[in-house]
Design a protein around this ligand. Structure first.
Ligand SMILES: *Cc1c(COP(=O)(O)O)cnc(C)c1O
Length: 381
């Protein structure tokens, strides 16, 4: 078959990305140089967050996020079952317990009500934090989650890996960019090529708290800091204050991140254009992720629900359309099944998983290609 395969997502690299990387290769620093700081500043500016810490990938970012918030072995954190495993794994890295609450059947996001019920079914202090995910690029209403978290003295990490450029509108009618740190303590982004901004591997951790920023920066580099260096010390002096990691992003990757970031707003508008085309074609025929008022979906994914999902998946493949499933519910993965921590009733997540399929969604998907995807999907019906 010589027909081009249409994947569910792909990166978009152009000549100015290539030039930026090549320039950095010939510069003084391959890592820990000026490009990292520039990328952090530009990314924080883009969101309107105070601080950003570039990391080697979002999984590493989630790991140092729970560490910076002081999560200890045996402590419990709530997250959504409809996410990539990394949103939960970070809790396990420090020996914490992962508890799941159910999703909303229309938005596919962690349900505020299910989370509230789970928290209120336990004694005070039972949970330490919540990790909601801006699934598919749809922002979680973090104002509501913050209120719930504050009531029960919990921290909040926003897994915004799907959502750079997405925003929700708060009760004061203000636009709140995903990961801006106004409601969640920490936001985490991924720069894996299938996400909006491609660095090869890469991630960003954002916060508005100076204290968390200092913790995150230390943990990214072995737990080492020069903050206590005084006149009596030599210039080489540093302290390792705790056990950290090498989770740094390189200058080469940051150079790519900077040029990719510049294209993000345009990419997200194109993604929304594509989403609107899908919706127009499917309205009344196929269920798709709903868009609550005041939300701007960054559309990492375009998810539909269909009864005979497996048959559609195979049919699309036969026609060179490589749709994907997001996600196998985390609590059903063998590792988590075996541990068997408690959870809410997760029937909405399981029902969603039996029907969900993600159609191609990326800025360079052409109108013709999308029409072909739409026609093929409708012809399956
Ligand atoms: C991709 C992804 C991650 C992990 O990102 P990496 O950069 O690959 O480590 C975490 N959470 C979600 C929701 C993701 O989609």
């Amino acid at each position: 078959m010589d027909k081009k395969v249409i994947p569910y997502g792909r990166q978009h690299i152009d000549q100015n990305d290539i030039d930026a990387v090549v320039e950095t290769l010939a510069a003084d620093f391959l890592t820990q140089g000026p490009k990292v700081v520039e990328f952090e500043n530009k990314f924080a500016n883009y969101l309107g967050a105070k601080y950003a810490v570039a990391v080697s990938n979002a999984t590493a970012g989630l790991h140092i996020a729970v560490m910076a918030l002081g999560l200890k072995p045996g402590e419990r954190v709530i997250t959504t079952p409809i996410t990539f495993a990394a949103s939960a794994n970070c809790i396990r890295y420090v020996g914490g317990e992962v508890w799941f609450a159910d999703i909303d059947p229309e938005t596919y996001l962690l349900s505020l009500e299910s989370t509230r019920k789970l928290i209120e079914s336990k004694p005070a202090g039972f949970f330490k934090g919540i990790i909601p995910v801006d699934f598919a690029g749809l922002p979680v209403n973090l104002e509501d989650f913050r209120e719930l978290a504050d009531k029960h003295n919990l921290w909040l990490i926003e897994d915004a890996c799907h959502a750079p450029g997405g925003y929700f509108t708060d009760s004061k009618d203000e636009k709140q960019m995903c990961g801006n740190g106004n409601f969640a303590d920490i936001g985490v982004f991924s720069f894996h090529p299938v996400k909006h901004i491609a660095c090869g591997e890469g991630g960003m951790v954002t916060t508005n708290s100076e204290k968390l920023y200092n913790n995150l920066s230390k943990l990214r580099t072995h737990g080492i800091t020069k903050e206590n260096m005084s006149e009596n010390h030599g210039g080489w002096y540093y302290e390792m204050q705790e056990l950290g990691y090498n989770y740094r992003l390189t200058d080469i990757q940051s150079a790519l991140g900077i040029t990719q970031l510049l294209k993000n707003s345009k990419g997200v508008s194109r993604r929304n254009e594509l989403a609107n085309n899908y919706k127009k074609a499917f309205k009344g025929k196929i269920k798709y992720q709903s868009l609550p008022n005041g939300m701007y979906n960054a559309h990492h994914l375009f998810v539909i629900e269909i009864e005979d999902r497996k048959a559609l998946y195979n049919y699309l493949r036969e026609n060179n359309i490589f749709a994907q499933i997001h996600y196998i519910p985390v609590h059903t993965l063998p590792y988590y099944k075996e541990i068997g921590y408690g959870s809410a009733d997760l029937s909405q997540a399981e029902n969603y998983y039996s029907k969900c399929i993600s159609l191609p969604m990326y800025p360079s998907l052409s109108d013709e290609e999308q029409e072909y995807v739409i026609d093929t999907t409708l012809s399956f019906l």
